[in-house]
Design a protein around this ligand. Sequence first.
Ligand SMILES: [Zn+2]
Length: 274
Amino acid sequence: MIPRGSLTRDSEAAARDPEGAIVKIGIIVGTGMNDLAKGLEWAEVSTPFGYTVTATIQFGGREVVVVRRHGPGLNVPPHLINYRANLWAMRDAGVKPVLATAAVGSLRRPIKPSTLAIVRDFIDFSKRGNLTIYDTPGERLRHIDLSRPYCPLLSSVIEQAAAEIGVELGPRVVYVCVDGPRYETPAEVKMFAKMGGDVVGMTSAPEAILSRELDMCYGSLAIVTNYAAGFGEHKLEHDDVAAAAKQLQPTIRAILERAVALIPETGNGCGSVD
Ligand SMILES: [Zn+2]
């Protein structure tokens, strides 16, 4: 068991050298993005919240720590993902900015399948009980600020990367997060849209929350793979969702690679984290 108290000092020192350089960048690879994670050498990492696996690679000219969200075997469903271990392992490896991809369903007709869009905010409908690393009585009490849940700097960097390689992104979106693994009902989809949601998925809120708790910046590129339930005639199938995301893999890989290269190597960050 790793004492949780060692978090701030040790990993903060690892994340930035004395001049404030960003040494390592994290990428969380989601559904349909298997090619990005193919052939990597995975190493098991022990955290206070259990084990996960990471791979460290050179990508975009930088050192990047990769986590495969659904596990190395791609068989961990969203509600069983060990988000705390995944994010803790990144922080412990010295990661400061985290980029993620997220397959989502569209809640609005104008947001068409195959759209790529930056996530700007979330509404969390998940009922998970472990969305904090501060879950032990007597530990430091911490209520994180989520006025800007997704890093404005990373979001701009992803947009710039897309523009540079000629990919037009959709408008920034609000992500409704649900537990899954089931898809939503048509009534839920209507409700989510009325409440201000643009897309729905099962993973982004935990990652945004835990990244902030661990003082890492988090930016997410949503991949609209389908319309949510109630828009069309067809049943929603996971294989279709994964296949839709997979088609966009080369584009997303190129955006991420350019984005990684564009992340400033020095500076005091975006001000969203302490
Ligand atoms: Zn930031």
